[in-house]
Write a new protein. Structure first.
Length: 150
């Protein structure tokens, strides 16, 4: 009996943890509202840099949003299956594996974007971006928040 509860908890935990890196990168780059503009201001991008920066952002944000939407669809299937009357371990594993694969793709997108942005920035701007990214506060994943986390 105890193992039945442990496996779903482990699956959800792994799923959430894999998304943290991608989410951190995404949040650091695309804040609500004018976050991209704020970041461009913080980095003191000149006009040419801003033009290049914004042209890179358009496809990146669109692809990243689509990826998060796909992850959300699979996450819903996973959660519903875990809490169904008769959870199917094979179905749970398929969904967990797909979510992990999609999260790896998200992380790859973020890293590729960082590398492209790196080429736009001078050394001082790169150092500032590193500081911005490292200062980014990590919120507890939703599942942790539901169980008393912040």
């Amino acid at each position: 009996m105890q193992n039945r509860g442990l496996v779903p908890a482990l699956v959800i935990s792994v799923m959430v943890n894999l998304g943290v890196v991608g989410a951190a990168g995404y949040r650091a780059l695309v804040q609500p509202g004018s976050g991209a503009t704020e970041l461009a201001s913080v980095l003191k991008l000149d006009a040419a840099q801003r033009t290049r920066w914004h042209s890179l952002e358009q496809n990146f944000v669109r692809e990243l949003d689509a990826g998060w939407q796909e992850i959300a669809r699979h996450r819903e299937v996973l959660v519903r299956e875990v809490f169904s009357e008769r959870p199917d371990p094979a179905r749970i594993e398929v969904e967990r594996a797909r979510i992990a694969e999609l999260q790896v793709q998200q992380q790859q997108r973020v890293i590729a974007q960082f590398l492209q942005e790196r080429e736009i920035l001078n050394a001082a701007q790169r150092r500032e971006l590193v500081e911005v990214l490292l200062r980014e506060e990590q919120a507890a994943p939703r599942e942790r928040q539901l169980h008393g986390g912040q």
